[in-house]
Structure formats: C-alpha cells, structure tokens
Design a protein around this ligand. Structure first.
Ligand code: NAD
Length: 252
C-alpha cells in the first residue's frame, strides 16, 4: 500500500498509460479521479478500478481548457477532501512525417494546446490544491523524443514534449521547499493506440523496432509502474528528473 490515504488525479486515464496508472495507483491504496476527454472511456476505467476493489470517480475534461482543468481539481477536493498526486498524462500526437515544411499551423496549435497548455493548466490549478494537502507529487508525461529528437519527424509533438521538460524543471525548482515534487516521465515507443495508429503495418513497426535496443515496444503498465514510483514516498529525493522508461532507445 504505497499510496495509502492519497488522492490521485490522472488525465488521459481513459486509455493507455493513464488507465494502467489508475489501476496500479488504486492497487496501492490511492483514490483516483479519472479524467479524460472521452467520458465513456473514463467511466470504463472507473469500472475496472472498482472491479479490483478500488475507489475512483470519472469526469470529462479537456485539459487544454482552463475551466475544465479547474473543475477537475475542484472535483478531487470535493469528492475525496484533498489532492496529493497529479499525473498530467493526457497528450496527443500527429502524423509521423511532419517536419517544418509540412506541419500545418492548426496541427501545431492543437498539439501545443493539449500537450503544453494542458500541463500548464493542470499545474496552475493543481499546485494550490497539493499545497493545501501539505505537499505531494506531480508527474508530467513527456516523451523520449524530447531528449533524442525523432528520426521520423513529428516536429510539433517533439517541441511540445520539450516544453513539458522545461516546465517540469522550473516547477520542481520553484516548489521544492514546499514538499511538492515535480518530475517528467519519458516513455519510449509503446504498444498503445497513440503510436500504433501510425505504425499500422508490420514494415513500419519493424523499421521502428530497429532503434529500440530491447527489440520490442513498451507496455503501458511499464510506464505506469514508473509513475507509481514517482508518485510514492520512495521517490522522496527525486524532483526535476527526466525519468526515461524507453527500452534503451536514448542510450543507443
Ligand atoms: P492514448 O492515446 O492511449 O491515451 C491518451 C488519452 O488522453 C486518451 O484516452 C484521450 O482521450 C485522452 N485525451 C486526449 N486529448 C485530451 C484532452 N484534451 N483532454 C483530456 N484527455 C485527452 O495514449 P498513451 O500512449 O497512453 O499516451 C499517454 C501519454 O504518453 C501522452 O502524453 C503521450 O504523448 C505520451 N507518450 C506516449 C508514447 C507512446 O508510444 N504511446 C510515447 C511517449 C510518450
């Protein structure tokens, strides 16, 4: 019970990493606010958490909207009395052949709205709540591409995840003495919907696998386990970290 008595809010928890994190955090005793743009998917995650004996509530929010982000944090405090763990995980990607010449401005704007402004709003409303709770942990999902740059260009996505790393480091520094830890989780290529909708042929998947020393895609639960560590007191001296969970892709 590494998160006993804690309240965790996870965005993008209707799918992939966020759903697995909801399940893992709940197994360790946390009450979960399951946030997603897709309410039905969020409710499905709540059903899965409850099935394993955990406690969770679903809500629809678009993290790129200030009012939605304020409301999801308010819901955590109203429902469970506090917020200790904020996992800013919701994110979107776009076609993996977009470079400076091909990326549409609308794609750039949408990517930054969700991936960057979403983390900003989560922190804007989440930090005061975590402070009221006496401290806690914020985890922002970035990506290995923020460190490496992608061989298959996704310019807006890569830039947005770089911004997540910068925000994480600054917030970690600013809030360190308040007992608020802020870390960035950088997954490598995963076998989730987000990536597989682009790697939709065996040839494309094989071309990507060549770059991953472990020779396989990661599973969402492997990222959720790293998030669990960062959320828990086991990571009590870890803040401002760029936490890579990437099958060795950035080491190669
Ligand atoms: P996923 O597509 O399986 O899940 C993302 C969830 O976020 C979906 O349920 C979606 O409805 C939700 N979402 C999208 N826009 C939203 C918004 N505006 N407001 C609220 N919710 C919204 O993706 P995943 O693979 O679990 O990715 C989660 C995070 O991990 C993302 O930030 C992604 O960029 C990052 N990441 C993924 C990979 C990968 O290979 N899958 C690699 C590195 C980083």
């Amino acid at each position: 019970m590494r998160l006993a008595g804690k309240v965790a809010l996870i965005t993008g928890a209707g799918s992939g990493i966020g759903r697995q994190a909801a399940l893992r955090f709940a197994q360790e005793g946390a009450k979960i606010v399951v946030v997603d743009l897709n309410l039905a998917a969020a409710e499905e995650t709540v059903g899965l958490v409850k099935k394993q004996g955990g406690e969770a509530i679903a809500t629809r929010a678009d993290v790129s909207k200030a009012a939605d982000s304020a409301a999801m944090v308010a819901l955590a405090e109203e429902t469970y009395g506090a917020l200790h763990i904020l996992f800013n995980n919701a994110g979107i990607s776009h076609a993996d052949d977009d470079n400076a010449e091909t990326t549409e401005e609308s794609v750039w704007d949408l990517t930054f709205d969700v991936n960057v402004k979403g983390v900003f709003f989560g922190c804007k409303y989440g930090i005061p709540a975590i402070r009221r709770a006496g401290g806690g942990s914020i985890i922002n999902t970035a990506s290995f591409v923020a460190v490496l740059g992608a061989a298959t260009p996704q310019l807006a996505y890569t830039a947005s995840k770089g911004a997540v790393l910068s925000m994480t480091r600054e917030l970690a520094t600013i809030h360190a003495r308040e007992g608020i830890r802020v870390n960035a989780l950088c997954p490598g290529p995963l076998r989730t919907e987000l990536l597989m909708k682009y790697l939709n042929t065996e040839e494309k998947r094989q071309r990507r696998l060549v770059h991953i020393p472990m020779g396989r895609f990661g599973e969402a639960v492997e990222i959720a386990n790293a998030a669990l560590f960062l959320a828990s007191d086991e990571a009590s001296f870890t803040t401002g970290a760029t936490f890579l969970v990437d099958g060795g892709i950035t080491a190669a």
